[in-house]
Design a protein around this ligand. Structure first.
Ligand SMILES: Nc1ncnc2c1ncn2[C@@H]1O[C@H](COP(=O)(O)OP(=O)(O)OP(=O)(O)O)[C@@H](O)[C@H]1O
Ligand SMILES: [Mg+2]
Length: 478
């Protein structure tokens, strides 16, 4: 083993291992294990001398792209199908198509190999791909979304490309699988295994990041083994010799000349390159909602209550993920028709928000805008049921909600919308990225490195100023 790792579980030579049997299956599949694949198979395949079955119940594997992750999983799964009769093995990827595309290649490989003799005819139906074996075991690809809804019981589950999972989705699958493993162990005598395999993702890869970070901090169960391949934190990903040194498939699956071609495919995307071939997490906000120059150009002075005069006011309210903070902003319609937005409060949690919002709306005789879904749903519900005072709302449909951010950015670009200087609001604008839904977008909340509610509350307030409730008369701002 010559490739240095960034960390992980070493082989415990005192335990026997099933790794050589995996190697035999890999050979039969025409992809004899590379040294790094053998290491993973050997450690993950260690046998607990007390029980005679797998020592590890969980395997976490982080490698660069084009390493042979999925191919290793195939060899291990094939081996796993032969531990005994009627075993259920799932291969999960981001979408059914991702899982299915990979699986169809696997089917071709198995059917062309000597192992075809121990298989039954594969199912190729849409939504029902599977490879049954003569002993009654089955390997099935599934989409994460399907499984998250129903839960799976099985003997081995792999979450491939786990970087694509949010913490919620990933945990739903794991929480569905783990409780059933004790029963399966008793029934089969073989310890079920959960494999989580991926290249590093972005700040949004909340499921994989959390597990990998816990491993790196040593906060890991003794029944979990993990493997972390990639360039060190201080290495230069643009130096191809560095990549050749730390990528465990370099020189085995491809050479340095091909690596140059790979690099060319990432033109203009250095962070994407460092992630794919250096396995370095992409932490940056690459898709900032409002670019720095535009933000700096649209600054205005805060308005004190005494200076407000007869100008109409609308309040916008937004809540951060897990209801950690509530931000309240005001949009003020100026005499020249422009809208000034300003952050008023960042409250801890949501508990004190109704009283404060009521006070503001009452004092300034102003309506309020809040998203009735998402992170603010609970607060919105409490506000709508409030009777003293009864609040006025600017109706905001789900479709409207997806235009709120773009309307704000367009308003800034046209100088129809301004924002009052505020360090918390600046930080929020700097930290806010976009999540796309088709051609529309909203501010990315989960996985953000800072608060998004200050900026979101300004966006909502500005939208409200342009969509006042009827009795205030519609305003034509944009
Ligand atoms: N042990 C092996 N022997 C020969 N070829 C292999 C071996 N392992 C993987 N390969 C080949 O290398 C290529 C990349 O492998 P694979 O798709 O498993 O990598 P991966 O790490 O899952 O990549 P990605 O991150 O792009 O999904 C495939 O064409 C595969 O067939
Ligand atoms: Mg793969």
């Amino acid at each position: 083993m010559t490739v240095p790792t960034r960390g992980g579980t070493p082989r415990n030579p005192e335990r026997k291992t099933d790794g050589p049997i995996v190697a035999r299956f890999a050979q039969l599949l025409g992809t004899p294990l590379l040294p790094w694949q053998q290491l993973v198979a050997d450690v993950a395949g260690e046998i607990d001398p007390d029980t005679g079955t797998y020592f590890y119940d969980t395997v976490i594997l982080s490698t660069p792209r084009q390493c042979g992750k999925s191919t290793l999983v195939d060899a291990v799964d094939t081996r796993n199908s032969q531990w005994g009769p009627d075993r259920y093995i799932y291969y999960l990827a981001q979408t059914g198509k991702d899982a299915g595309d990979h699986f169809k290649k696997y089917l071709k490989v198995v059917q062309a190999s000597p192992l075809a003799a121990i298989t039954r005819r594969p199912y190729l139906g849409a939504g029902d791909l599977r490879q049954p074996f003569a002993n009654g075991s089955v390997i099935m690809p599934k989409s994460v979304t399907k499984v998250a809804g129903h839960g799976v019981q099985g003997d081995k589950i792999t979450l491939d490309e786990a970087f694509s999972l949010s913490e919620e989705t990933g945990n739903t699958i794991v929480d569905g699988f783990l409780p059933t493993t004790a029963t399966r162990l008793r029934a089969t005598g073989v310890q079920p295994q959960l494999w989580i395999t991926s290249t590093e993702g972005t700040a949004e890869s909340t499921f994989f990041n959390k597990r990998l970070d816990a491993c790196r901090e040593g906060d890991v169960s003794r029944r979990t083994c993990w493997f972390d391949f990639g360039i060190p934190a201080d290495a230069d990903p643009e130096n191809l010799d560095v990549i050749m040194r730390y990528h465990p498939a370099a020189g085995l699956l491809w050479d340095k000349r091909q690596l140059r071609d790979f690099r060319d495919q990432f033109k203009g995307n250095p962070a994407g390159w460092a992630r794919a071939f250096g396995n370095r997490r992409d932490e940056g906000v690459t898709d900032r909602v409002i670019d720095e120059a535009l933000w700096a150009d649209t600054l205005t002075a805060p308005v004190a209550p005494s200076e407000l005069g007869a100008r109409p006011v609308v309040f916008g309210v937004a809540v951060d993920v897990d209801a950690t903070y509530t931000s309240i902003s005001a949009a003020i319609v100026n005499n020249d028709g422009t809208i000034s937005t300003q952050l008023l409060k960042i409250l801890d949690g949501t508990g004190h928000a109704p009283a404060e919002i009521a006070r503001l709306c009452d004092t300034y005789d102003a309506p309020v805008v809040i998203d009735t879904r998402g992170t603010s749903a609970d607060l919105a519900d409490r506000l709508t049921h409030m009777t003293t005072p009864e609040l006025r709302f600017c109706e905001l449909s789900a479709a409207d909600y997806l235009t709120v951010g773009q309307a704000y950015v367009s308003g800034l670009s046209n100088r129809a919308v301004l924002h009052a200087a505020d360090p918390d609001l600046d930080a929020s604008a700097a930290n806010s990225a976009r999540t796309w839904a088709g051609d529309a977008w909203r501010v990315t909340r989960r996985g953000s490195t800072g608060l998004t509610s200050p900026l979101e509350s300004c966006m909502l307030a500005a939208w409200g100023a342009a969509h006042m409730p009827e009795e205030d008369g519609p305003l034509q701002i944009y």
